[in-house]
Design a protein. Structure first.
Length: 78
Protein backbone atom coordinates (compact mmCIF):
# COMPACT_ATOMS: atom_id res chain seq x y z
CA UNK A 1 0.00 0.00 0.00
CA UNK A 2 1.34 3.40 -0.97
CA UNK A 3 1.58 6.21 1.57
CA UNK A 4 -0.26 8.66 -0.68
CA UNK A 5 0.35 11.68 1.49
CA UNK A 6 4.10 11.09 1.68
CA UNK A 7 4.34 10.49 -2.07
CA UNK A 8 2.39 13.66 -2.92
CA UNK A 9 4.48 15.65 -0.47
CA UNK A 10 7.72 14.40 -2.01
CA UNK A 11 6.53 15.16 -5.54
CA UNK A 12 5.50 18.69 -4.53
CA UNK A 13 8.73 19.16 -2.58
CA UNK A 14 10.72 18.43 -5.74
CA UNK A 15 8.67 21.05 -7.59
CA UNK A 16 7.13 18.49 -9.93
CA UNK A 17 3.57 18.28 -11.22
CA UNK A 18 1.56 15.08 -10.97
CA UNK A 19 0.94 15.13 -14.74
CA UNK A 20 4.68 15.32 -15.45
CA UNK A 21 5.36 12.37 -13.13
CA UNK A 22 2.55 10.37 -14.76
CA UNK A 23 3.98 11.02 -18.23
CA UNK A 24 7.46 10.09 -17.01
CA UNK A 25 6.04 6.70 -15.99
CA UNK A 26 4.15 6.31 -19.26
CA UNK A 27 0.79 6.63 -17.51
CA UNK A 28 -2.17 8.89 -18.03
CA UNK A 29 -2.80 11.41 -15.28
CA UNK A 30 -5.89 9.40 -14.30
CA UNK A 31 -3.98 6.10 -14.25
CA UNK A 32 -1.30 7.61 -12.04
CA UNK A 33 -3.92 9.05 -9.71
CA UNK A 34 -5.50 5.60 -9.32
CA UNK A 35 -2.16 4.24 -8.18
CA UNK A 36 -1.42 7.14 -5.84
CA UNK A 37 -4.88 6.69 -4.30
CA UNK A 38 -4.28 2.94 -3.81
CA UNK A 39 -7.03 1.87 -6.18
CA UNK A 40 -4.39 0.14 -8.32
CA UNK A 41 -0.91 -1.04 -7.39
CA UNK A 42 2.33 0.36 -8.74
CA UNK A 43 4.39 -2.04 -10.84
CA UNK A 44 7.94 -2.71 -9.69
CA UNK A 45 9.27 -0.85 -12.73
CA UNK A 46 7.13 2.17 -11.84
CA UNK A 47 8.42 2.20 -8.26
CA UNK A 48 11.98 2.04 -9.59
CA UNK A 49 11.35 4.91 -12.03
CA UNK A 50 9.70 7.00 -9.30
CA UNK A 51 12.63 6.44 -6.95
CA UNK A 52 15.05 7.58 -9.64
CA UNK A 53 12.96 10.64 -10.56
CA UNK A 54 12.36 11.65 -6.94
CA UNK A 55 15.94 10.78 -5.89
CA UNK A 56 14.83 8.28 -3.25
CA UNK A 57 18.04 6.50 -2.28
CA UNK A 58 17.11 5.28 1.17
CA UNK A 59 15.59 1.82 1.39
CA UNK A 60 13.70 2.90 4.52
CA UNK A 61 12.14 5.85 2.70
CA UNK A 62 11.24 3.62 -0.25
CA UNK A 63 9.59 1.09 2.07
CA UNK A 64 7.75 3.81 3.99
CA UNK A 65 6.25 5.30 0.84
CA UNK A 66 5.60 2.29 -1.37
CA UNK A 67 5.16 -0.55 1.09
CA UNK A 68 3.25 1.06 3.94
CA UNK A 69 1.29 -1.36 6.09
CA UNK A 70 -2.43 -1.43 5.60
CA UNK A 71 -4.39 -0.25 8.62
CA UNK A 72 -7.78 -1.60 7.66
CA UNK A 73 -9.55 -4.77 8.74
CA UNK A 74 -8.93 -6.48 5.39
CA UNK A 75 -5.22 -6.73 6.13
CA UNK A 76 -5.66 -8.65 9.38
CA UNK A 77 -4.77 -12.31 9.30
CA UNK A 78 -6.45 -14.77 11.57
Amino acid sequence: MTDSEALRSLIEGKGLKMKFVAEHLGLSAYGFQLKVDNRQEFKTSEVTALCELLEINSLLTKEKIFFAKKDDLKSLTI
